[in-house]
Write a protein of this length. Structure first.
Length: 321
């Protein structure tokens, strides 16, 4: 096994892909960079072209979220190149931003990271809240963003649930329940962190995470362990507040192709979200992936890899233009 996350409490490993935690196993190098938005830790691959593939994790995630996708690319014989996998501020090894969560500042930070590593063009792949951020990057930097791939992005239904908890929560109860749980954990303070650790040790945390996956019993123990380690209630609530204040009409400025993947059993993405995105983004298409929940890049990395590679020709056309 190429990861350093502990095994499951009962010693039985699951059949789904494991998360890796050693960057060198994926041809990546850890870099701590200082940007105008603060210090950020990234994993970057060797530069072989002029277009980066930027990977943005969601809430309760880090760069390791993408290791099943990176491993699937290696197995195919065509590893992903020019990868920049970022621990967003407040997650993974990156400290929280001193100024709090601000979408515009996060967007600028990601662009600064890419440019500091020598790239002026990029394809952005974003999961959940990372998908929300990917769209803002594309809107603010239409010249540099060649394509966007969204995986279960935070979209219209999530925004409705944040802005109008009663009406939106009824339409997306899974997400509303998660926000409520985060507020409870915040109220518990240090006891909340100890509670999550205890639930992980005895195997209950896996049960609580089950709605996030299409086949929860098949999810590798390293995935559940990483979720428990990266569960940061304050960061999640702050991100939700920042999203609530965001004006999504900014997405009309997106000039590149945007493709979205929604797991068929995704509790955080509504079926109608695709229509909402398409009303604002001129070149948008959504695909539903079977046997996937909110983490298609973990449960179905080959399907996500196929979608990413399908975007490459369009990105090359834009780069040439």
């Amino acid at each position: 096994m190429d990861d350093t996350f502990p095994a499951s409490p009962n010693g039985v490993e699951r059949r789904g892909p494991a998360l890796g935690s050693r960057d060198r196993d994926f041809g990546l190098r850890r870099r701590a960079l200082t940007t105008a938005g603060g210090r950020v830790v990234v994993r970057a691959g060797t530069a072989s072209g002029d277009t980066a593939t930027i990977l943005l994790h969601g809430g309760a995630g880090s760069w390791t979220t993408w290791t099943p996708l990176l491993r699937a690319a290696e197995r195919s014989g065509h590893p992903l190149t020019d990868v920049i996998a970022i621990d967003l501020p407040g997650w993974g090894e990156s400290p929280a931003a001193a100024s709090g969560v601000d979408v515009a500042q996060l967007s600028a930070l990601v662009r600064d990271v890419a440019r500091s590593l020598g790239y002026e063009r990029w394809i952005v792949v974003g999961h959940s809240l990372g998908g929300f951020l990917a769209l803002d990057i594309a809107a603010r930097a239409p010249g540099g963003t060649q394509a966007v791939l969204l995986i279960s992005p935070a979209g219209p239904a999530v925004l409705e649930a944040i802005r109008h908890p009663l009406r939106g929560g009824l339409a997306l109860p899974g997400f509303a329940g998660m926000l409520l749980a985060m507020r409870v954990l915040i109220a518990l303070g240090a006891m909340g962190r100890r509670l999550v650790s205890a639930l992980q040790r005895i195997g209950v945390f896996r049960v609580l995470c089950a709605p996030l996956f299409a086949r929860p019993a098949h999810v590798h123990s390293t995935v559940i362990r990483a979720l428990s380690m990266e569960l940061r209630p304050r960061a999640l609530i702050d991100a939700a507040r920042a999203a609530a204040a965001y004006d999504e009409s900014a997405w009309r400025a997106i000039a590149c192709p945007v493709r979205s993947i929604r797991g068929e059993r995704d509790v955080f993405v509504a079926e109608g979200d695709g229509i909402g995105f398409a009303n604002l983004i001129r070149d948008f298409d959504q695909t539903t992936v079977r046997d996937a929940g909110h983490f298609a890049a973990v449960e179905r990395p080959e399907a996500v890899l196929q979608a990413l590679r399908a975007l490459a020709p369009a990105a090359r056309v834009r780069a040439g233009a």
